[in-house]
Write a protein that binds this ligand. Structure first.
Ligand SMILES: [Zn+2]
Length: 124
């Protein structure tokens, strides 16, 4: 289950676009498109925030949140980039392995949000 407090805290993270491109070995991800699971809209740069870390050299982990202003929902963005070029992201709380470089992620989990939504996004 998505944790509202966690998602809310992630809104204060840097823009995900600032962490791009992500380079691992011979693979480079220059652009990651996050779409709203509800309306399919591509979320603009400023509405996708994420912390990018690499605990082991062959994997880059992304934990963040995207916000769809139209649907007023927060969308968890959890991705792992692997040195072999594979990308994994969570769907319904489970890791899904995908071959190649996906251009869109459609996380099933989303959380309804309330008054803090705008406040959360105004900054930055
Ligand atoms: Zn939407």
């Amino acid at each position: 289950m998505a944790d509202i407090k966690k998602l809310r805290a992630l809104c204060n993270s840097p823009k995900f676009s600032e962490s791009l491109p992500i380079t691992l070995g011979e693979n480079t991800w220059e652009e990651i498109v996050i779409t709203c699971r509800k309306c399919g809209r591509v979320l603009p740069d400023e509405d996708v925030r994420a912390n990018v870390s690499s605990l082991i050299p062959s994997v880059v982990s992304v934990e963040g949140v995207g916000a769809c202003r139209s649907c007023k929902i927060l969308i968890p963005v959890t991705i792992r980039f692997r040195i072999d070029g594979n990308t994994e992201y969570t769907q319904g709380g489970r890791w899904v392995k995908s071959l190649g470089v996906p251009i869109a992620f459609l996380p099933r989990i989303s959380a309804r949000i309330s008054a803090w939504f705008k406040k959360c996004l105004v900054q930055g």
